[in-house]
Design a protein. Structure first.
Length: 397
């Protein structure tokens, strides 16, 4: 089967973003399918292509995946208007490619939601199969965050979301709340829940920390949705209590990072360290050698509770890092059910700080949570298992 795969923010493991599409594409190839993947350029991603752009794109074969990378540079720090323009350009180029190329099925994955447009057009004009993967509910999430308030824009996004579900043959949801959102609009739509997964990590070196500090690490985007000021609140609280052996490390980038760094500097939060994004292998090695726990932090917005599938959670448990989570929902439920970390109520820095202190002072319990996390990663969220589910669901008719 020939699959035309649209993922604007695609990256190989050499980039610092999620590698879901890379891993799933490799599994499709292993099963005998042919993949042409269309992506954009992203400052945190690496498509694997090194040749120069000509006429706005470059092509090449990367680990068996036929990549078409459009010269559409994207950054999380860009404003809404600029990002929206890049999203629309990507979908227009995608439509052109979907009219020219030879394929059997279009697979589109959000975000952005506009990644569905080439699939809709190919369904309407070429009667091609279209399967849509939903990573976030739009416009529900940006509306709940207050990022988008214009009723015309919200209405347009709601319309695009509806027709994306309507014209897709079936959908893949990355979280239970996303599946529920799809079913609310189309109750009889076939939907599979396939969350982000864990890349089972085998360390190449033994853990060798350079000091005795207890290190809590957050990885990923530093955006408004991530609510990282909550961590700085805890850092400030612990500093005032005279706790000097707990360090918070933030690895990644995003629009809010300069503000977070400025706040930490102005409040003299010397227990906070900000690091640049890392390629996935380097990140895993760094976390293995330096981190004691992984932080799952989001703004306290109910739409997030069951409507996100954060890569960092699956990375943490694959590394055996106990997880400290500060919002309710399906991830918190998993943490508590499998005892692979601690979930605290949102908006309560005292509870967050107490959990940090408890984890710092109880290494034997941390080892239990670490083993539980690794077992969970291996038996339920192993990327290879999820990739098999993905391939079976995508190709079945």
């Amino acid at each position: 089967m020939k699959i035309l795969y649209f993922h604007q923010h695609f990256t190989t493991p050499q980039g610092s973003g999620g590698t879901r599409s890379y891993e799933f594409s490799k599994e499709l190839i292993r099963c005998g399918h042919e993949i042409t993947l269309v992506c954009g350029s992203n400052e945190m991603a690496d498509s694997g292509l090194k040749n120069t752009f000509h006429s706005g794109y470059r092509t090449g074969l990367v680990d068996g995946i036929n990549i078409i990378e459009l010269e559409l540079p994207y950054s999380n720090s860009d404003g809404l208007v600029k990002r929206s323009f890049i999203f629309l350009k990507y979908s227009i180029y995608g439509i052109i490619l979907s009219m020219k190329l030879d394929y059997d099925v279009v697979f589109g994955t959000s975000t952005p939601l506009t990644a569905s447009i080439p699939g809709i057009i190919s369904k309407l004009l070429r009667n091609k199969r279209f399967v849509f993967e939903v990573r976030d509910l739009w416009p529900e999430l940006p509306q709940a965050m207050g990022v988008i308030k214009n009723p015309v824009l919200l209405g347009a996004m709601d319309f695009l979301e509806s027709i994306s579900y309507k014209y897709s043959e079936k959908c893949i949801a990355l979280a239970p709340g996303i599946a529920q959102g799809i079913k609310r609009k189309y109750p009889f739509k076939k939907v599979a829940i396939i969350p982000n997964g864990s890349d089972i990590y085998t360390p190449s070196t033994n853990r060798q920390k350079i000091d005795d500090k207890f290190v809590a690490v957050f990885t990923g985007a530093h955006g408004q949705a991530n609510g990282l000021n909550a961590v700085l609140d805890v850092a400030s609280f612990l500093k005032k209590r005279g706790v000097l052996d707990v360090e918070f490390q933030f690895i990644g980038d995003g629009k809010m990072k300069p503000d977070l760094i400025q706040r930490a500097k102005s409040e003299e939060l010397t227990n906070c360290t900000f690091l640049d994004p890392m390629p996935k292998h380097n990140l895993f090695q760094y976390l293995h050698e330096n981190a004691d726990i992984g932080l799952m932090v989001l703004e306290n917005i109910p739409a997030f509770y069951n409507g996100t599938s954060p890569n960092k959670f699956f990375d943490y448990i694959s590394l055996g890092l106990p997880v400290l989570n500060n919002y309710p929902g399906w991830i918190a439920d998993i943490i508590e059910l499998h005892h692979c970390g601690i979930a605290v109520p949102p908006g309560e820095p005292n509870a967050f700080a107490d959990a940090i202190m408890g984890m710092r002072s109880n290494p034997s319990e941390n080892r239990v949570m670490s083993r539980n996390g690794v077992d969970l990663a291996r038996h339920k969220f192993d990327r290879k298992l999820l990739a098999t589910q993905f391939v079976n669901f995508l190709v079945e008719q």
